[in-house]
Design a protein around this ligand. Structure first.
Ligand code: PLP
Ligand code: COI
Length: 344
């Protein structure tokens, strides 16, 4: 292995040492194994290839200040994967199996766990795939569950910097009563083209509205939304957004800091009243927005409205404070009073 420059890590696929996997067939999960062979073989008729029968998770392992290794809230990811698997009619790993496999993935790839002091971590990507060869649109209990990992730094290339987002008038992410609150691969497929168009126009993120009435803020393509107004942390309540573990954590962090937390529908017009607005998630941590524009047609010129928060790159005081708190707990610099760190 060439030595890794821990300070310049972005967020990308990586060839580490091993992937941990288990197969579900005949009603049970096989004992998990580690493989150095970075490829899986499945039948070309597999459900995952044709019908996107796949779901995943994202969580991070940290080398902390005192040298210990902590995975952040893996029980929450285990529960969310189980919920998503149920939605797809797939067998999901138990919480115990999920956590054991994440732990094995970290242990098997220790060389790739960034040392303390670089604001970098080991991102774990568990994935569950339906591999039964079948054309009928019905679930079948045959699956591969794999946990892979990658050393990561900042998702957008720079820690704690603000970026621009766009609300696309002509793209939706999730239907009412649809799959938006589940972490299925298909939800992300719908965002690829709009992301490409947004990036071409200088926007880093896409902010989606509720697709039924387009009156309320739902979430970013990669993460949840929160706004800061005075002493309030405000985040959307919606059936079609992913229940973010980072957001849930930040709500507790904000309350611990004496802030008021409001989880409720957020009308689009309210974007005008926030002091700060940001994305939050495992990958993006907290990424504040410099401004958010509404574009009626993403690929055409024309901005309907622009909500400005900070000059490009600058970050507000509350986002800075929340960022320091959550990363402080993750890196073992601050007390983990809620026992979020799972030590291995
Ligand atoms: N929303 C979407 C669409 C996501 O992909 C993610 C990332 O996992 C999140 C929100 C944030 O969730 P979490 O904080 O659990 O990573
Ligand atoms: C995560 O934050 O873990 C995700 O899965 C988001 C993805 C867009 C990288």
């Amino acid at each position: 292995m060439n030595s890794i420059n821990w300070d310049s890590l972005g967020f990308d696929a990586y060839r580490t040492r091993t992937i941990i996997f288990s197969k579900f067939s005949g009603g049970e999960w096989s004992p998990f194994e580690a493989t150095e062979n970075f490829s899986f073989t499945f039948d070309p008729f597999s459900q995952v290839l044709h019908y996107a029968i796949s779901c995943f998770e994202g969580l991070k392992a940290f080398r902390q200040k005192d040298g210990r290794i902590a995975i952040f809230r893996p029980d929450q990811n285990a529960a969310r994967l189980k919920r998503t698997a149920d939605y797809l009619g797939m067998p999901g790993p138990s919480q115990e199996l999920f956590i054991k496999m994440c732990e094995a993935c970290v242990r098997n790839n220790l060389k790739y766990l960034p040392p303390y002091g670089h604001r970098a971590s080991l991102y774990l990507r568990p994935i569950l795939m339906g591999v039964h060869p079948q054309m009928q649109l019905v679930p079948y209990p045959e699956a591969i569950f794999a946990v892979m990992c990658a050393p990561v730094g900042s998702y957008y290339g720079e820690h704690l910097r603000s970026f621009a987002a766009v609300i696309p008038g002509n793209y939706d992410r999730a239907a009412p009563k649809g799959s938006g609150s589940y972490k299925i691969g298909g939800n992300y497929a719908a965002t690829f083209k709009p992301y490409q168009l947004a990036h071409k126009q200088g926007y880093t993120e896409l902010l989606y509205l509720n697709s039924c009435t387009r009156e309320f803020v739902d979430e970013f393509g990669s993460s949840n939304f929160f706004g800061i107004k005075g002493n309030k942390y405000i985040t959307p309540l919606s059936d079609s957004i992913l229940p973010s573990i980072t957001n849930k954590t930040l709500q507790e962090v904000a309350a611990d800091l004496g802030m008021e937390v409001e989880k409720r529908p957020v009308p689009v017009d309210e974007l005008a009243g926030f002091d700060e607005a940001a994305a939050c998630g495992t990958a993006v941590v907290i990424t504040p927005m410099s401004h958010i524009d509404i574009k009626p047609v993403l690929e055409e010129p024309g901005i309907e409205r622009s909500y400005r928060y900070r000059p490009d790159g600058e970050v507000g005081p509350v986002c800075t404070q929340l960022y320091k708190q959550i990363t402080g707990i993750q890196f073992g610099e601050l007390e983990d009073r809620h026992y979020w760190c799972y030590y291995i």
